[in-house]
Design a protein around this ligand. Structure first.
Ligand SMILES: NC(=O)c1ccc[n+]([C@@H]2O[C@H](COP(=O)([O-])OP(=O)(O)OC[C@H]3O[C@@H](n4cnc5c(N)ncnc54)[C@H](OP(=O)(O)O)[C@@H]3O)[C@@H](O)[C@H]2O)c1
Length: 323
C-alpha cells in the first residue's frame, strides 16, 4: 500500500446516503478505521435543502465526507423524470460540497458512475474519455449532474485548495441492492429470477436479448474498500474509475448465477427484447497503478448477494419510490 496521506483514525467521518447500497457499504468498511461515523436521516436533513445541509454541517463539523447520496434510478425513471434527476442531483451535490468547504472539511469524496462517459467511448474506458463525445441519451440528465459534481470538486481544489476527490464506480451488486424486478439492474434481477424458478420448480429462466452484451461488475464491499483506500492515499483533481477491469457476457453471468443458486433448468433468450450497448467496460488501470485491486471474485460475490437477498438485506424500493 502506498503512503497514507490522510488517516481516518480518530476523524469524524460523515457518510451522506448511509442507507443506500453504496453508503451502507462504506459505513461497514469504515468500522475498522477507528473513526467516528456520522450519519443523518433523510427525513431530518433533506440534502436538497441548503439551509438544512449548512446547519447540520456547521453543527456536526465532520473532518471527512463520503458523498454517496444521490437520486438514483433506472432508464425508465430517468426518462420519465428528467427534471428530478438533473435538479435533485445538482442541488444535492452543490449543497454538500459547498457546505463541506464552509465547514472546513479536510477531505471529501464524491461518487459518480460510469454513465459520465460518452456513449461511444473506446473500451475499456479511460478517465480521459470524459467530455470527448455525446452521452447516452437515456440517462444524460443523471450523467450531466454527475459530471457537474466531479467538476465542482475539481473547482474547489483549484480555487480553494480543498482536497476533494471523485471516484466513478462501475455496476455494483451485493447487500442492499434493489431486487424489485420492475426497476432492478441485471445482476439482482437474475438472482431473483433464478431463485424463484428454483423454488417454483420452473424449467427455464429467460434473459433479455441475445445474452452476448458484456458488462462489468464489482461487489459493493470491494467498491467501499476502494473508496476508503482512495480517501487515504489519493489526492488529485482527476477522477478515478473504480471497477474490476473485467467483463462477462449476460449469458455467462446468467449461467454463473444459476450455478451459485442451484437452478438446474434452462436459460433461454427472449430475442424480441433489445440487447443494449454491446460492451461497457471501464479501464481499471489507474486504480491498479494506485495499488488497489478487488478481493471478491464474481462467484463468491454472487453467493454473498444471494445470501443477503435470502436474509432480506435489500432495498424494498419500487419504481414509484425512486421519485
Ligand atoms: N448501485 C450501483 O450500481 C452504482 C454504480 C455506480 C455508481 N453508483 C453511485 O453510488 C452512489 C450511491 O448509489 P446507491 O446505489 O447506493 O444509491 P441508493 O441505494 O439509491 O442510495 C442513495 C442514498 O441517497 C439518499 N438520498 C437521496 N436523495 C436524498 C436527499 N435529497 N436527502 C438525503 N438523502 C438522500 C437516500 O436516502 P433514503 O434511502 O433515506 O431516501 C439513499 O440513502 C450514487 O452516486 C451512484 O451514482 C452506484
Amino acid at each position: 500500500m502506498p503512503d497514507v496521506i490522510y488517516s481516518l483514525a480518530g476523524k469524524r467521518v460523515y457518510v451522506a446516503g448511509h442507507r443506500g447500497m453504496v453508503g451502507s457499504a462504506i459505513v461497514r468498511r469504515l468500522e475498522s478505521e477507528g473513526c467516528e461515523i456520522l450519519t443523518v436521516a433523510h427525513a431530518e436533513v433533506d440534502l436538497r435543502r441548503q439551509d438544512q445541509v449548512e446547519a447540520w454541517m456547521a453543527k456536526n463539523r465532520p473532518d471527512a465526507v463520503f458523498l454517496a447520496a444521490a437520486k438514483v434510478g433506472g432508464i425508465l425513471a430517468n426518462d420519465t423524470y428528467p427534471a428530478d434527476f438533473l435538479y435533485d442531483n445538482l442541488i444535492l451535490e452543490a449543497n454538500v460540497i459547498h457546505a463541506a468547504y464552509e465547514a472546513r472539511v479536510e477531505k471529501l469524496m464524491f461518487l459518480g458512475s460510469s454513465c459520465i462517459y460518452p456513449k461511444l467511448a473506446d473500451q475499456p474506458i479511460v478517465e480521459d474519455a470524459l467530455l470527448t463525445g455525446s452521452l447516452e441519451p437515456t440517462n444524460e440528465w443523471y450523467a450531466i449532474a454527475k459530471i457537474a459534481g466531479l467538476k465542482l470538486c475539481a473547482a474547489y481544489r483549484k480555487q480553494h485548495g480543498k482536497d476533494f476527490i471523485s471516484a466513478m464506480p462501475t455496476n455494483l451488486y451485493g447487500p442492499g441492492d434493489n431486487f424489485d424486478l420492475a426497476s432492478s439492474h441485471v445482476m439482482p434481477a437474475l438472482i431473483r429470477k433464478a431463485h424463484e424458478a428454483k423454488v417454483n420448480g420452473d424449467k427455464e429462466i429467460r434473459i433479455w436479448g441475445t445474452g452476448t452484451p458484456k458488462r462489468e461488475f464489482l461487489h459493493v464491499d470491494d467498491c467501499a474498500d476502494a473508496c476508503v483506500y482512495l480517501m487515504k492515499t489519493y489526492s488529485a483533481e482527476s477522477h478515478v474509475n473504480v471497477g474490476s477491469g473485467k467483463d462477462i457476457s449476460i449469458l455467462e453471468l446468467a449461467q454463473l448465477v444459476a450455478e451459485v443458486i442451484g437452478f438446474e433448468g434452462d436459460i433461454t433468450r427472449d430475442l424480441t427484447k433489445p440487447d443494449g450497448t454491446p460492451r461497457k467496460l471501464m479501464s481499471a488501470d489507474k486504480l491498479r497503478r494506485l495499488g488497489w485491486s478487488p478481493k471478491i471474485g464474481l462467484k463468491e460475490g454472487i453467493a454473498d448477494a444471494y445470501h443477503s437477498f435470502l436474509n432480506g438485506h435489500y432495498l424494498k424500493r419500487h419504481i414509484e419510490a425512486a421519485e
